[in-house]
Each structure stands twice: as C-alpha cells, then as structure tokens.
Design a protein around this ligand. Sequence first.
Ligand code: SD4
Length: 319
Amino acid sequence: MKWAMVATWRMAFEGVEKASEILSVGGNSKDAIEESIKMVEDYPFYKSVGYGGLPNEHCEVELDGAFMDGDTLSFGAIGGIKDFKNPISIARKLSMERFNCFLVGKGAEEYAKQNGFEQRPMLTKRAETHYKIRKRDIEEKGLSPYDGHDTVGIIALDSLKSMTVGTSTSGLFMKKRGRVGDSPVSGSGFYVDSEVGGATATGLGEDIMKGCLSYEIVRLMAEGLSPQKAADKALNEFIRRIKAKGSKIGEISIVALNNQGEFGVATNIKNFSFVYSSEKHKTTVYVCENHEGETTYEEASEEWLEAYSKRIKEELFFD
Ligand code: SD4
C-alpha cells in the first residue's frame, strides 16, 4: 500500500477526498493533513471545528489544534486561539520551531499575526443561535452544558512512508474560557511516528488526557499489534482502570493508522463515524459500534449519510 488516510467523523470526508488526490500523485503527508483539515475548518456547518465552531460560555470561539511530523516527532500546537481562519496551518508552522512550539491564547494570536496568518471572526450567526438555545435549555431544563463536541483528527501516510497527524477543534461547547482539551496535547489527542504509525482521539478531553491514549496506541503498535487490536486494547484497558478507580468515563473514540496503511478504530459510543481512504480503497465513511470491548464497523448507508447532511443544515430557531 503506497498511501492511506484515516480520520475521525463524517465531517472529514470532503477533506480526505481532496487530500487523497495530493497523495495519489506522490504528494506528501504534511500537505495532505493541512489541506484536509483546512477544508473542515472552513466549512461553516461543521459546528465543532474552525469557522462555525461552537463557542465557550462567554460566546467566544476558542480553537485548539495540533500538527505532528512522524519523521522527526516535531509537533506544533495551539490552545484557545481566537479569530484566526486556519488553526492547523498555524500549528504546522509551529511544528518547525525548536522552542515555543505550543502556544496558547494571546501568545498564539501574536505568533499567528506576526507570521501573516489570516484573521477572521470565527463566530457564525448559526453558532450564536446554538449558544442561545443551549443557554436557555440549561437555565430552563437544567441540562448539562458539556455535550456537543467533535474533533477532526486525521492521520496520513504518503508514498515515501512519511506520516503526519493533525487535529482541530473548538473543544467542548460552553467550556470555561481558557479550557484546553486533549486535541493539542501530544500523546493524548494525537501522536505519530513514521516508523510505526499514528493515532488521534476525539471525545471528552479531560478523560482522554488521563490515559495518554494516542501514545498508548502507537506504543502497542510498536510492540507488533495491528492498529485495530492496539486501539481496542488501549481503550478497553483504560476504561477498566478508570472504572476500577470508581471514576466516571466520558465519550471516547480513536482512529489509528500503521505505516503499512492499515487502520484501526475504537469507541465507547454508538454511531461514531470515521473516514478511510487509500491507494486501493476509495474514500469511504464508516459507522462503528462497540460490542463488549470489540469495535465493529460498517460502511455508512445512504440513509445515514442523507440524515447526516440534513441534520447539520437543519434550520435553527430562537425567539
Ligand atoms: C476536547 N476532545 O476539547 C476535544 C473535543 C472533542 O469530540 O473531541 N470532541 O476535549
């Protein structure tokens, strides 16, 4: 297998499709990651990444993201950045810095400005309406503010056997100002080593960080496990440990790719979707489930895909 990509959630489909064109003509995995994630960031109807991402409790969109080069293990990451169009591009640039490669808040914004990255107000009318509805629901129905989140995480392998991983997210809806999740944290939200493979996570960052799950999966692949076995094993063991300590566990889903282009997936929720594409495999959306510790998946049906497209564009009313 010459090249391959795997990504969290259906929202990555168009980006992976576009990046597969880069990889299929010998392009590199770094460009594939940046281009694919930029597409997700730019699409206003994906409400958990980039433009149109859901805001924090003060109705401000604070974005996190990361970029890791599997050849050198260099990574760049940003947390809580406001009003820059493409966090993934900033993270890529940061991955080339020897020092100060993980910046948050004002520092990240200063760096982005100095390096000429495009600024843009990232709060859309639609995201603002989601915010108003949720605020009212919390007040009236006492709902938990902290559901509604999906990170895009993508891993790519190119024909020169280089691997790259990237993440981008607006984090938890209604989060506290300054809250940063796992997505920009190396070893938790992402990890890649071109000699082995990579992994990236989505779900409740507070829990993902307890298990350093992306690193753990890469470590298990280095011991010889397939991406599928490594992903299931890492998640199952983690859940067992957390439960044994009497703690609760949030939603967690992970995708992995080894340097042969084989993928794996693990989740503790219903309906986690992911995207896979390779030289031998057209870009496909899968939906998976966990059956007693074993993750199974099947191709998303036409009905599933249609319902998804409808849902993300559904009209929102707040009066
Ligand atoms: C976070 N892991 O900020 C991110 C949010 C998310 O699917 O993925 N979700 O904790």
